[in-house]
Design a protein. Structure first.
Length: 358
């Protein structure tokens, strides 16, 4: 049976050329580059809450670092170093080998050095702390949005949540649809390059981990502004569009509203008398898909505000990054968030992921 220190040496010790002292002592020693500020974040992933028994160790390793890298992206920081604490029910070397492969595969892509950590016996959970550098005074924060700023998001929304809904049998995706959605859940791609490029452009930013409504709400609260966003402007994957269906007010129910009828165009069928059960089922699926987009969480895209006169600059940036950046609304001087669909105010029941919700 390998000891704790054997496991650390074998699976978690890598060269750390930018650290003064890395793995192997009581603490690491770092030197921040001149003119830089240190950005620090930490995230915990718990088995049964953030990943399941069916998730491979490589995907868990990837995701444990990716969610932290997403925080660096939201700050406009260059990720540099990480620490890792892992609790394991047993010293499973096969699992550790796979986990380390996923973790260090992503770490190498972004130049992150693992400089320390801890292991212990217990229910499986993983805690990663990440540190990055950002030029002094240039960090993207949540508290800088102004009325009139445009609201933007990267990528597409709700994909990971739709994949999870498929796992939970709340929707039934076709095989090819599930294959397209599952990587968004298991292998999120942090938008580090976008965050760095948005320095000096974005007035506020956040990564979408708990859902668009919840995370945009943090910007509104800390910036002291309101927002108006348009559902039809939200960037959606083609699979998501199939399940949400047409976006006119008469065709898509409010989240949490009773399901009545079926919209023409969903699956090529119009509502017929005697088909209420199928109609209600389709409406329920539409509501699930809508809530995945607005409040599903695990997107790890960026939501940011920027002055309207930087609109073309951001579109140019999207082309350079080869990453969709979509304007979905604007900041207002009226408190609260107004969500519009085809000019009409939407009411939604879902607000975002809450770790302590009943």
């Amino acid at each position: 049976m390998p000891s704790e220190f054997d496991l650390i040496r074998q699976y978690f010790t890598r060269p750390t050329p930018s650290a003064i002292l890395g793995v192997g002592d009581d603490a690491a020693l770092l030197r921040v580059s001149p003119g830089m500020e240190l950005a620090v974040s930490v995230d915990m992933l718990v088995a049964g809450r953030h990943f399941g028994e069916a998730d491979g160790p490589g995907t868990v390793g990837h995701k444990s670092l990716a969610v932290n890298l997403s925080d660096m992206a939201a700050m406009g920081a260059v990720p540099r170093w990480a620490t890792l604490a892992v609790a394991l029910p047993a010293a499973d070397e096969k699992w550790l080998r796979g986990f380390a492969g996923g973790f260090f595969g992503l770490a190498g892509k972004f130049g992150v050095e693992l400089i320390g950590g801890d292991t212990t016996r217990g229910p499986l959970n993983i805690c990663v702390q990440i540190m990055g550098e950002v030029p002094a005074g240039q960090a993207l924060r949540r508290d800088g949005a102004k009325p009139g700023d445009e609201i933007w998001v990267s990528g597409t929304l709700g994909n990971a949540a739709l994949a999870l809904a498929h796992y939970q049998r709340r929707v039934e995706l076709e095989h090819m649809e599930a294959a397209a959605m599952l990587p968004f859940l298991h292998l999120p791609q942090p938008r580090v390059a976008a965050g760095i490029a948005l320095r000096g452009i974005a007035t506020a930013a956040i990564d979408i981990s708990d859902g668009l409504l919840a995370d945009l709400g943090h910007i509104l609260e800390q910036s002291g502004v309101g927002a108006e966003i348009h559902f039809e402007n939200l960037p959606l994957h083609e699979v998501m569009r199939r399940y949400i269906g047409p976006l006119s007010p008469s065709s898509l129910p409010l989240a949490g509203a009773p399901a009545r009828g079926v919209p023409a165009g969903i699956g090529g069928k119009a509502a017929q008398s005697g088909e209420k059960r199928d109609a209600d089922s389709l409406r329920e699926v539409q509501v699930v898909a809508q809530n995945c987009v607005l409040a599903g969480g695990d997107d790890y895209e960026l939501c940011f505000a920027a002055p309207a006169d930087r609109h073309e600059t951001i579109l140019d940036l999207a082309r350079k990054l080869e990453l969709p950046l979509t304007c979905i609304g604007r900041m207002t001087d009226t408190a609260g968030l107004r969500l519009l669909r085809a000019g009409e105010i939407m009411e939604v029941s879902a607000k975002g992921f809450d770790h302590f919700a009943a």
